[in-house]
Design a protein around this ligand. Structure first.
Ligand SMILES: [Zn+2]
Length: 131
């Protein structure tokens, strides 16, 4: 069964345990797409495709349990020690550097629930406080 998405749906690429999923919020419930990804980039690609199509097939989605609802907020490349922690807005960093390729190889980046002691990106910090 297909469901049309509202204008500007709340769709996010999220980390659950060590995998990435696409989450969508519809009428205050969160639904998780059944497909899991090792890479954040792949989850964002799926989210972009869903936004393009503008509808979802409900058989591929399940309602999210509360215990999964940890929101991993910081995008960090663990291997590069000198890099900053960026703040994740759901599909990109608030500084938009991830989406525009400004961070280099996106495959090295993962979402974490703390900043791992890194400095936080100034642009992310500024932009995330705007609304
Ligand atoms: Zn940033």
């Amino acid at each position: 069964m297909k469901t049309k998405l509202p204008f500007k749906p709340n769709i996010y690429a999220v980390r659950i345990s060590n995998s990435y999923f696409v989450r969508i919020q519809l009428e205050n419930n969160n639904y998780i797409h059944h497909h899991s990804f090792d890479l954040l980039t792949d989850a964002v690609d799926l989210a972009d495709k869903i936004l393009e199509v503008g509808e979802i097939d409900v058989q591929y989605w399940k309602q999210e349990n509360n215990e999964n609802s940890i929101y991993y907020k910081f995008l960090i490349c663990k291997e590069k020690r000198q890099t900053k922690a960026h703040i994740w807005n759901g599909l990109d960093t608030f500084c938009t550097m991830w989406g525009t390729g400004g961070l280099g190889n996106a495959k090295g980046y993962n979402l974490y629930n703390t900043n791992l002691g890194r400095d936080i990106c100034m642009m992310c910090s500024k932009n995330s406080q705007k609304k």
